[in-house]
Design a protein around this ligand. Sequence first.
Ligand code: SAH
Ligand code: SF4
Length: 443
Amino acid sequence: MIKGQMPRYYIETWGCQMNEEDSEKLAGMLKKMGYTGTLKREEASVIIFNTCCVRENAELKVYGNVGALKKLKEANPDLIIAICGCMMQQKGVADEIMKKFPHVDIVFGTHNAYKFPEYLSRVKQDSVRVKEIVDKETEIVEGVPIERQSDYKAFVTIMYGCNNFCTYCVVPYVRGRERSRRPEEIEKEIKDLVEQGYKEITLLGQNVNSYGKGLEPQITFADLLKRIDRIPGLDRVRFMTSHPKDLSDDVIQAIKEGSKLCEQIHLPVQSGSTRILKKMNRSYTREAYLELVEKIKREIPGVSLTTDIIVGFPGETEEDFQDTLSLVEKVEYDSAFTFIYSRRKYTPADRMEDQIEDSVKHERFNKLIELVNNIAAKKNKEYEGKIVEVLVEGESKNDSSKLTGRTRTGKLVNFIGDSKGIGSLRMVKITKAQSFSLMGEEI
Ligand code: SAH
Ligand code: SF4
């Protein structure tokens, strides 16, 4: 560290929006301790890796990256390295990291991240290594400072954990059982954000539709959406993720009637085959999902639907896979996150005998991607000539002469416009659709 300069932190985040929000909280705590952020590892006095373990790929990347930090530590013995997040909650992983990588100073899990300042102080004052993993979820800790990545849009977690135990998924094991934040706390956070000039918020939870269980007085997710829709000064509200089994008519109506609730629903289907959905413990059938989609499209014209799909789940036959392709064709998703099934230790699917060969998985994955991309391009084409509302987020990454932002339906738009519009809503005419974005001109 250069004398007289504020010490810097570097945080790298793998995985979902939940992890991103957790990292924003870690940044908030560091800022309160007098640190400032950097995008360069070499400049940092504190490096944090916030890990994900939802698929094997994510884990392998973490091991490679932690190993590579050894050189930085050798060059700067005062550097403090912390590893946290979902991967650390898995049996034995924290111990393995401590043993394998002596240059790591702090290891903690998802339930005790709010204690990071204490761990950092201990390392600095007592020159010790700290490993603390809490196995069970704790009470929700409110009031943790947060340093957000954007000045205009923010994530707001409304619930933690998951009770669904889909047979392929580690999330319930590493994030604990479902707990909902009190609506007053959520409203307060959003009102504060509006006061700071934020325009858009995304409500986060592993299954936002079951928000409110266990809270007194009773409240449903639809009730919460209606309350948030009344907050003055806020322009847009999104949410994710929505489990199809729990998406109520009330939520659909709230989106239909609300002025701030965006016409976009992320509705992970995972598979188009009822047989596989049953093995996945998803609690809905292909038919029920398609009916739900029809209802959403009928009630919310112009809605954008996105999804998550897994190929190569144990026992998936060619026929099951064809069911997935035909469902994708029927729904016509605006975009989809596609995943190759990854075996996760301790999950029921890992113990299923009929695991699919890698070559078959890859073949199916490529076919699915091609279909998803063709449909996404076709959906984008429908925007050509239309005038859309864009929340302007800044200059376009690839072309600084253009501005960039998103439509209410979540489409990325790069457009010619006035940079004074950054941070506000502007109307943009779409001149050309590309596969993954739209081009336009401000009107
Ligand atoms: N709570 C969210 C998803 C969280 S995990 C939901 O239920 O929709 C994000 C996505 O990762 C999942 O939707 C699923 O498609 C994918 N995923 C989870 N476990 C996986 C595994 N073992 N292999 C491949 N993909 C997986
Ligand atoms: Fe995982 Fe299923 Fe929970 Fe989503 S709903 S986090 S896929 S167990």
